[in-house]
Design a binder for this molecule. Structure first.
Ligand code: ADP
Ligand code: ADP
Ligand code: MG
Length: 670
């Protein structure tokens, strides 16, 4: 076994790999960018080498600098994690050429599966069923259009070099084909440096079912059963589980065989995943699944497989890379219970899943194990105080739960999701909670369209009621009696002894202002009035982050996080954030709602669709903004003439930057 390895990644996966290395007595080296000097993976490693600037292209994607870091520190092998260089065959080759071991499959296997078109052709020849479609070489839009017409709509355009759902467009009718193709090609070129796309028939009611394989360098290949990753948004996984609901032994065997066949066909070694799409309309059937792609690396969702098999996949990656032979055969393996993984991400679900940024001012998790088997496992690469920047993936943590049955595991998922508290950035926790409680999901009726179909219901904002508002007002006014023996805490507006005078405060929730009048009634009792209502309640701090309240004989507990002018109230599993705007700060002069376009998130301007003085039509595409490798299109809010253009192609813009203003219409010239 290696005595020292370098982990060429960041975030939770770098930490996860290092945790296993440490358990096996292997010293760890990692790398970091200028943005990550204080990141958790750096703190966790024995040594870390700075490899460049914040942008991934200047650091985590700099193969030569990473190999140099390994040589400099005496690491014998490099683990690439997922993303970044993990599926780059040139990097794998360069690592080996430098006399180091690449902890992953041979470069030839990565190359064989690297491009989806070649992979499909290969699988077809190996007798593995593939999704019908076109996977030629051409870049000619007219030819691709003809193929799409032949395949029949809806079709899916995919970057052949794609990954992580990028460079993918669903096209439902002819008229949309060209715009979608252009977008897919541009995203493919930007993310993968290769504009080539393939076209597939879009399987309706699709289920994403994938098989984990493990192969050693001595010709042994086994599969570790399936994972169902059908809960997706924008073709990216949100909740994964193993085993797949409704899976029959017959279909499992058929898929397992096809996956092992795929791995054998390319001389695979290490841990890998063969992704299939299944037609969910008639239930899972052995004749209703097709090969989509193979991911020649560890997957984000590998912990659910670890939960149901008891194996540590990183340990097996390391052992296989060191030349070990798999000591078990297929028949030795069995499924133990059921597991779910939920990806907790910094994103604003209500604004089209826009990636969010910000500093995690408060992070509280229920008791759990990290990076190892446990009924409640939370793998995270951040700690309280860390910032989520636009440079990298917005995933904050992965929650993995394991239970004897699907029902047990789901109950655990619901309960733990309700105990996680994150403040300082917008997260998808509310969506995850809603999904975990979704009836169809509870029945195992999953398909990749579930989230989009039920989005309205899933993102119904948990109603902020008088309780949240009253607590926020009392806390923001600094009226709570300090819990005994604690540090300065309620310093939001300044500590104050209670007084019988009424205090006034204005708080904002999701951009709406609320004016409160709060009176202390003595002890822990207050009267709070706002708009048309008035309530009397008691609120008592039980510790630095918790209050016990009583309203009309009902006692309940809430948790609090305070950062600067922001208070977050956690109650019944939901977070409600309030801002206490500085009354002295000037009001931003609000642009007429439909006269301007502001950047909805920090990002890179990829395309500007108009110039100053140009007449544009409502709905016309005016900007393409890229953040975290996803593209977001911004369209004209109305017909009009561009008066001001606030950004040019290639600009990095901040959240809220005015990108464009339309001229007021009265002048109406043409
Ligand atoms: P990536 O490399 O981005 O992961 P995949 O080919 O694995 O790309 O596809 C990502 C997701 O898109 C799948 O999990 C599935 O939900 C959806 N998808 C892919 N191909 C099809 C298809 N032909 N029909 C319907 N959905 C598909
Ligand atoms: P999984 O199938 O394990 O969910 P994904 O395809 O979602 O894997 O990608 C795993 C991680 O790697 C994600 O953070 C994704 O953004 C990133 N990723 C995947 N493929 C690429 C790629 N080719 N280039 C950059 N990042 C990628
Ligand atoms: Mg995939």
């Amino acid at each position: 076994m290696f005595d020292r390895i370098l982990v060429a990644n960041r975030g939770e996966i770098a930490c996860r790999v290092m945790a296993t290395a440490r358990r096996l007595g292997i010293a760890t080296v990692t790398i970091f960018s200028s943005a990550d000097r204080n990141a958790r993976h750096v703190a966790m490693a024995d040594e870390a080498i700075h490899v460049g600037g914040a942008a991934a292209s200047e650091s985590y994607l700099r193969g030569p600098a990473i190999i140099e870091a390994a040589l400099r520190t005496g690491a014998k092998a490099i683990h690439p994690g997922y993303g970044f260089l993990s599926e780059n065959p040139d990097f794998a080759e360069a690592v080996e050429a430098a006399g180091l071991t690449f902890i992953g499959p041979p470069a030839s296997a990565i190359r064989a599966m690297g491009l989806k078109d070649a992979a499909k052709a290969l699988m077809d020849r190996a007798g593995v069923p593939i999704v019908p479609g076109w996977h030629g070489e051409s870049l000619d839009p007219a030819l691709l259009f003809k193929e799409a017409e032949r395949i029949g709509y809806p079709v899916l355009i995919k970057a052949r070099a794609g990954g992580g759902g990028k460079g993918m467009r669903l096209v439902e009718r002819s008229g949309d084909f060209h715009d979608s193709l252009e977008g897919a090609m541009r995203e493919a070129e930007a993310s993968f440096g290769d504009p080539h796309c393939l076209i597939e028939r879009y399987i309706t009611s699709p289920r994403h079912v994938e098989i984990q394989v493990l192969a050693d360098t001595h010709g042994h290949v086994v599969h570790l059963f399936e994972r169902d990753c059908s809960l997706q948004r924008r073709h990216q996984k949100v909740i994964e589980e193993a085993p797949a609901p409704g899976m029959s032994a017959e279909m499992r065997a058929a898929m397992g065989r096809a996956a092992v066949e795929a791995a054998r066909a390319i001389g695979y070694a290490g841990a890998g995943t063969v992704e299939f799409i299944a037609d969910g309309t008639r239930g899972l059937r052995p004749d209703g699944f097709w090969f989509m792609e193979m991911n020649t690396r560890l997957q984000v969702e590998h912990p659910v497989t670890e939960a149901i098999t008891g194996l540590d996949l990183v340990e097996w990656q390391l052992r296989i890379a060191a030349g070990a032979s798999l000591p078990f055969v297929q028949d030795d393996l069995a499924i133990d219970g059921h597991a779910f993984e939920a990806r907790i991400c910094a994103e604003d679900v209500t604004r089209g899943f826009l990636p969010a940024t910000g500093q995690i001012s408060h992070l509280a998790m229920p008791p759990h194990a990290a990076f190892e088997h446990s009924p409640v496992r939370i793998d995270s690469g951040v700690v309280e105080g860390d910032s989520i920047t636009p440079h990298y993936d917005p995933m904050i943590a992965k929650l993995i739960v394991h239970g004897e049955t699907r029902e047990d595991a789901l109950a655990r998922l619901i309960s733990v999701l309700g105990m996680i508290e994150i403040a300082g950035t917008t997260t998808n926790l509310a969506l995850l909670r809603a999904l975990a409680r979704h009836d169809g999901f509870a029945r195992g009726e999953v398909d990749t369209g579930l989230i989009a179909r039920d989005l309205d219901r899933l993102v119904e904002v948990a109603g902020t009621d008088r309780r949240h508002m009253a607590i926020a007002a009392i806390v923001s006014l600094g009226l709570l009696r300090r819990p005994v023996g604690t540090d300065p805490w309620y310093n939001l507006v300044g500590w104050r002894q209670w007084s019988t005078n009424a205090s006034h405060i204005r708080l904002e929730r999701r951009g709406n202002g609320h004016d409160f009048v709060v009176s202390s009634l003595g002890g822990h009792r207050f009267e709070v009035a706002c708009g048309g209502w008035r309530i009397a309640l008691s609120v008592r701090a039980t510790n630095d982050h918790a209050v016990e309240c009583e309203l009309e004989g009902h006692v309940f507990h809430a948790r609090l996080a305070i950062a600067g002018e922001h208070v977050t109230i956690f109650l019944d599993g939901d977070a409600h954030g309030f801002d206490c705007p500085d009354p002295l700060a000037g009001e931003d002069e609000p642009a007429e709602a439909d006269d301007g376009i502001t950047a909805p998130m920090p990002g890179l301007v990829k395309l500007v669709g108009a110039s100053e003085g140009e007449r544009v039509m409502k709905g016309q595409r005016l900007f393409v903004l890229e953040a975290m490798k996803m593209e977001h299109t911004l369209v004209a809010p109305r017909d009009g003439i561009v008066e001001i253009l606030g950004a040019a192609e290639g600009d990095q813009v901040e959240d809220g930057t005015l990108l464009l203003r339309l001229r007021s219409e009265e002048t109406g010239d043409g």
